[in-house]
Design a protein around this ligand. Structure first.
Ligand code: HC0
Ligand code: SF4
Length: 570
């Protein structure tokens, strides 16, 4: 181990630690706008500057880029450090727009604002570069004037997601650094999968989700429109954080109450996650027993589907034909629900709350509609939903719980765990194994499917058949799996892929404040919500059973194929 001295305190740290990491391990916070734990430091912002004692006197260094050495003496707060940080902040702020009052990131989420506040910097003169806004993506907006060239989006997209959309550029005339897409084209012209992981790490509002709040308000205020709400599994264990509740708190029934207070029918995507298991499980059994294309791969994550279409158009028949639970829900709202509630489909506005920005892109896909209109009308991220609630005077922490409405409000524990990596597979196994063994094996917990590993594997013995499954946690881990499939040597029968590391509970639309600890807490609480569910298998969902009896007749039947399944584009 290394022993150094930081602010007069002896600090012991592992050999490869940077000064910033060493300080943090000792509880000494150094401000930064670009550092991301575990990823290559860019050193771009300069705010993490410290002073190091050297022979000829003290020198200023960026602490994220310098390794702590034995005997090193470091100061994190000196007049020289303070002056350096202020100068760097001034440089950044002079080039940054000052529409802070209405900026999407205001209210604690803008790290530049937070640091400026701490240092008391507010420059008079501004010289904003005028690079403009790229709103070509259906999911995200890039305000290139707000970009402070910290490089976080470059690093996350390259090192975590392994997509590699952005690049740090340099203006040859001015020497100024800035970030753009590699070929200087708009985001919609790139291979971006809309996962939103770059949005999550952006310290300012250079990257944000495309705003849908005003559309939701217009629908809520229109007397001729009936709003029908759905919320993704992950929402129910994350939205509370925006109202200062502990991470992972199950706020399902509070959101149900909030939906009703805003106006409209309150439902959950857990319901259609259960429908997805009925459909996808049946599709899988058919593929296995009738010799269909294997491995079958889940199709509920729109980031993953886009990745597949872009990089492996020759392998699309591995994807399940099932639409995602969000889209199945929307299709059922427009085709099954109208008769039940006595409201024609054209008067219904279906609003989703999703922890995902790619769900906005999925909603927009041309094939996601029926004769009765778009499956889903508006998609709000978790953050947007919190903002809408606050705008309408709803304090989720204080609101009285209410049950969902009838017909599409029941969800099983299996539906709930869709929101974590491995959850879709575990939910599917609960039903598929039960069905294939005629109810003889009725296993609920599949520990192999749980946890954070990038690739999780398991095999389940069903009579003579050994079903091999895999779970890809994060799109950055999918390439070797796909290369094996393309080469015809994949050992698996069924594979789950979720683009965001951890699954939807760490989606690009989730609350921004999450640390790894908080994400772990969300995951634990989601399994806890499953454990506490009245039913834990999708096929036991009474409202789903009723849907099949009265409307769909059978999984993968005629109506299902028309409304709930789709084809992908090569
Ligand atoms: Fe997910 Fe979903 S689980 S993608 O992560 O499958 O967004 O939570 O809603 O559709 O159900 C997100 C979460 C969903 C869908 C479901 C799936
Ligand atoms: Fe990369 Fe995902 Fe951001 Fe697209 S949304 S640029 S794929 S991190």
């Amino acid at each position: 181990d290394i022993v150094c001295t930081i602010d007069g305190k002896k600090v012991v740290c592992p050999p490869e630690s940077s000064i910033l990491e060493a300080a943090r391990s000792a509880g000494i916070e150094i401000p930064t706008l670009c550092y991301l734990k575990g990823l290559t430091p860019t050193g771009a912002c300069g705010i993490c500057a410290v002073e190091i004692e050297e022979e000829g006197g003290r020198i200023i260094r960026r602490s994220c880029r310098v390794r702590a050495k034995d005997g090193m003496v470091i100061y994190t707060n000196t007049p020289a450090v303070d002056a350096y940080r202020k100068e760097r902040l001034r440089e950044i702020l002079e080039r940054h727009p000052n529409d802070c009052l209405t900026c999407q990131k205001t209210g604690g989420n803008c790290q530049l604002q937070n640091v400026s506040y701490l240092f008391g910097i507010n420059p008079e003169k501004r010289n904003v570069p005028g690079r403009g806004i790229d709103d070509s993506s259906p999911a995200m907006v890039r305000d290139m004037d707000k970009c402070i060239a910290c490089g976080r989006c470059v690093t996350v997209c390259e090192e975590v997601q392994k997509i590699g959309i952005y690049e740090m550029k340099c203006n040859e005339e001015t020497g100024e650094r800035y970030v753009n897409t590699k070929k200087d084209v708009n985001l919609s012209a790139t291979a971006c999968i809309n996962c939103g992981q770059c949005v999550k790490v952006c310290p300012v509002a250079a990257l944000t989700e495309k705003d849908s709040i005003h559309k939701a308000i217009a629908a809520l205020d229109d007397p001729n429109t009936t709003v029908v709400w759905q919320m993704a599994p992950a929402i129910q264990n994350t939205l509370g954080e925006e109202f200062c509740l502990p991470p992972g708190t199950d706020v399902t029934k509070k959101i149900s109450a909030a939906m009703k207070q805003l106006g409209g029918y309150a439902f959950t995507t857990d319901f259609s996650a259960d429908v997805t298991i009925m459909e996808e499980g049946t599709e899988f059994i058919q593929r296995v027993t009738k010799g269909g294309v294997l491995p079958m791969m889940t199709s509920c994550c729109p980031g993953w589907v886009k990745y597949m279409e872009y990089h492996y158009p020759d392998q699309l028949d591995h994807l399940s034909t099932c639409k995602s639970p969000q889209q199945m829900f929307g299709a059922l709202v427009k085709n099954y629900l109208p008769e039940k509630i006595g409201v024609p489909a054209e008067n219904i506005c279906q609003i989703s709350i999703m922890p995902c920005v790619a769900k906005k892109f999925e909603r927009d896909r041309t094939e996601m509609e029926s004769e009765n209109g778009r499956d889903v009308d508006i998609v709000l991220t978790t953050r947007e939903a919190a903002k809408l609630f606050k705008l309408r005077g709803i304090n989720l922490a204080a609101i009285q719980e209410e049950e969902f409405d009838d017909f599409m409000g029941e969800g099983s524990g299996a539906g709930r765990i869709f929101g974590t990596t491995g959850g879709v597979m575990e939910a599917a196994l609960r039903t598929v194994v039960w069905k294939l063994t005629g109810g003889k094996i009725d296993q609920i917990d599949y520990q192999e499917a749980r946890g954070y590993k990038g690739l999780k594997e398991a095999s389940v013995k069903i009579g003579d058949l050994e079903v091999k499954i895999a779970i890809v946690n994060g799109i950055g881990n999918v390439k070797p799996v796909m290369e094996d499939i393309r080469a015809g040597k994949s050992p698996y029968h069924f594979i789950e892929v979720m683009a965001c590391p951890g699954g939807c509970l760490n989606g690009g639309g989730a609350p921004l404040t999450a640390s790894p600890d908080m994400i772990a807490r969300r995951m634990d609480q989601m399994y806890e919500s499953d454990k506490n569910s009245a039913i834990r298998r999708s096929h036991e969902n009474k409202e789903v059973q009723k849907l099949y009896e009265e409307y769909l007749k059978e999984p993968c039947g005629h109506i299902s194929h028309h409304l709930l399944h789709t084809a992908y584009m090569d």
